[in-house]
Each structure stands twice: as structure tokens, then as C-alpha cells.
Design a protein around this ligand. Sequence first.
Ligand code: MN
Length: 228
Amino acid sequence: MSYAFSPAATPSVAVAGSNTRFPVHRIYCIGRNYAEHAKEMGASIDRDNPMFFCKPADALVEDGAQIPYPQATADLHHEVEMVVALHSGGTDIAVDSALTHVFGYAVGLDLTRRDLQAIAKSKGQPWDAAKGFDHSAPISAIHRASEIGHPQHALLSLEVNGQPRQRADIADMIFTVPQIIHELSKLFELAAGDLIFSGTPAGVAALTRGDAFQARLGDIAALRGAII
Ligand code: MN
């Protein structure tokens, strides 16, 4: 068997304190997982039915990257989020066993073309163009759960040009990490290499060319980058 042309490289993320890398299979995201963010977006909260969307695996951007301002938008927004990395998966995963599938944790940005999202919402169209564009998923190194455990409380924060933009405890999430894995696995077969962006707190706002950002998940993970 031969390919008609060379296949794309497997997207991967650094593993903290290691030379090995985490090969990425899929990127899932949950929407409206912090009440104060849902409120600022004028969205209702549904505590029974989580809302998911995806980004392409190759939308990943590594720590320290200079990210080109995306095409087709005049309103690029940041959404700082804890990212959950899986080393195994399956379907219909029980809440009680969900954390056994977690490889580790990172902090990332769910970059969003907010103007395109507003159009999609108004027309009842899918969010792919608003969420799944190139370079839309900056992510820090992944910190192994075997070393840091499974954080229950951690300050999720974002500074832009040294000024605070977003700040919340991950304990404020509406769907917890085990619940997110459980709910996602009812819709998709989860697999080793999957990343899950776990939702953003209030304070989303615009990024412009020249902005430098620093995201943190407590003292667990940190991500720096710039928009150019
Ligand atoms: Mn988000």
C-alpha cells in the first residue's frame, strides 16, 4: 500500500518533564460550562444536556508560539480553559471510572471568531468556522495525572499584556471532568490521544495583533503566546 502523497504529520503536545510527546487524536470542547460565561453570552444554562463541538487536531498551537491573526474575522476572542488529555477511552464510560482514562491536564485557549459565531447562532448554522479554524487551539505542555493528581480546585486565569482578563476556580464548572467524559462517551467513542477543552469562565474579550497572553491553571500549567 502506498499513499497518493505524504500524509500529514500527527499533531502532538509536549509532556511536561519528559521527552515523549502526547499524540493527538481528536479535540473536543464543551460550551457553556461556567454559569457566569453563559450569562455574559446571553445563553441559557442546561444542567442536563451539555453542548459539545470539535476542533481539528491540527488546530493545535504549542506553548510560546506566535499566532497569526486569523482570516475572515474582525473579532477574535480568547477563552481560557483547562484541557483534559486522555490515554484511553471507550463508549458509555461511567462517571465513577472516568478519571482512569485521564492522562493529564493542561491549560489552553479556545480561540473563537466571535463575529462568525454570532452569525452562525442567528442562522442556526454549525460553529465550525467560528471555532475550528487554523491555529485556534493553543495549549500548554500536558502535566501527568500520575504526578499532579486530578485537580478539584485550581485558579484558571488569563492575562493579556499583563492585564487580568479571566479568572475563576475550575470548581465552578457546571459539568465536572468525570461528567464531561461520561457525557461525551455517550456521543463518541473516546480514544487515547483525545483532548477535551472543558469550558471557559466569564471575561471573554478580543485579542488583537501585538497582544501577548499568559494563561495559567493554578501552579499546575502555564501557556504563553502572542498574536501577530
Ligand atoms: Mn470554549
